[in-house]
Write a protein that binds this ligand. Structure first.
Ligand code: ADP
Ligand code: MG
Ligand code: MG
Length: 367
């Protein structure tokens, strides 16, 4: 936990244009970083001050290089398009010594942003219109970063969406079977083994030069898009910690995995798990309306694979953690990770049944 005095000493390191007042209550509903709001003493302006989760992100300086590079690029694009860079991208506040983050005496790493005012942050998809808005905003983000040199970005979590590697890690956990749990999951093991080749589809296309390396966000949940409170338009993509080189299929696929269904990620009753092809279509149309112009037919088709593979990969990760004794994902009940894995696999199975339609939606008549 973060004490007020630790927070205040971190705040004192930044160039907020004067002293700030701190509140030790966490702000927002993020699960990764410790997020706080600090106010200028005269209450004229507030800022976001975050302690970066350095268990997850072991190279905070490299991470901030990514964030600064990407937001600088976005700012130039937004200006050229006549937008408002103060609201439409994150703005990093430097420390008083000109660094992008502050390292405290306990090994904590802190960074600060302007607070993007007059926005709402949805925690779940409430309506089709919301989902479309998020899709358009993420597509625009993708499009604005189309000409950013993706390969110069640090990989903030190594091999994050390397699906064959996730598969290999599952195989290792299964071979070790440290808790003797493999006997409980024979049908899930069979399910994964039957899809070994699928795990390679996207990375093979990348290696063959059929789809491009992109700047990807890698945490395209609805609460990482701020929506303008007055207009309802998507305004700013936040939470750039996992910006990395990747594939558009990763961001598209993870949004579909988390948003195109109406069940909880850990729904134990598989009869309540429904992949919603209509929501998939809503998202796809929104995303392609802003990102489609810079995408080839092959890349559009890869989006449908992204939905399948991000969901499969996530299920594989849950099941790997189940076999290894639940030390990565927090569990609130026994078999929690098993329920989570089963839910992902149910979604995968349903996507497979309608996969031709999924392809047609992202790439109508091969256009
Ligand atoms: P986490 O990785 O923990 O999800 P986020 O960077 O997404 O951290 O921040 C957590 C929450 O704080 C966001 O969901 C949002 O509500 C709020 N937030 C973050 N940055 C800003 C900002 N610049 N302006 C306004 N709200 C923000
Ligand atoms: Mg977040
Ligand atoms: Mg995050």
């Amino acid at each position: 936990s973060v004490t007020l005095s630790l927070l205040q000493s971190a705040a004192n390191a930044f160039d907020f244009g004067g002293p700030v007042l701190c509140d030790a209550h966490h702000y927002g509903e993020g699960h990764i970083n410790d997020t706080f709001v600090v106010w200028r003493e005269d209450h004229s302006k507030r800022f976001i001050l975050q302690r970066i989760n350095t268990d997850t992100f072991t190279n905070p300086v490299g991470l901030m290089e990514n964030v600064c590079g990407v937001t600088r690029h976005l700012r130039a694009k937004i200006l050229a398009e006549g937008g408002d860079p103060a609201r439409e991208t994150l703005n990093v506040i430097p420390t008083l010594s000109g660094s992008t983050c502050y390292l405290d005496a306990d090994g904590g790493a802190w960074r600060a942003y302007d607070f993007v005012e007059d926005t709402i942050c949805l925690q779940q998809v409430g309506s089709e219109a919301d989902f479309r808005t998020v899709a358009e905003t993420l597509g625009k983000f993708q499009n604005q970063l189309e000409d950013y040199p993706a390969s110069t970005l640090h990989e903030t979590i190594a091999r994050f969406h390397d699906t064959p590697n996730r598969y290999a890690n599952f195989e290792k956990a299964l071979a070790a079977d440290a808790l003797g749990r493999a006997k409980n999951i024979t049908s899930e093991i069979e399910f994964i083994h039957a899809r070994e080749q699928d795990c390679h589809v996207l990375l093979d296309q990348l290696a063959a030069g059929e789809i491009p390396l992109r700047v990807t966000h890698n945490d395209t949940k609805i609460n990482n898009v701020l929506i303008d409170a007055a207009t309802g338009k998507g305004i700013c993509v936040i939470d750039l910690d996992t910006v990395m080189p990747g594939l558009s299929a990763y961001d598209f696929g993870d949004s579909i995995r988390t948003g195109a269904n109406d069940c909880a990620e850990d729904e134990p009753d598989q009869s309540k798990v429904h992949f919603d092809l209509h929501l998939y279509e809503v998202f796809a149309k929104g995303y392609l309306s802003t990102a489609g112009a810079s995408m080839s037919i092959a890349e559009k088709k890869s989006l449908a694979w992204g939905a399948r593979l991000m969901t499969l990969e996530c299920g594989i990760r849950f099941l790997t953690d189940y076999l290894e004794g639940d030390h990565y994902f927090h569990i609130a009940r026994p078999d929690h990770n098993l329920d989570r894995a089963r839910t992902q696999f149910t979604l995968v199975r349903q996507m497979e049944e309608v996969f031709d339609q999924m392809l047609e939606i992202v790439c109508p008549d091969n256009h």
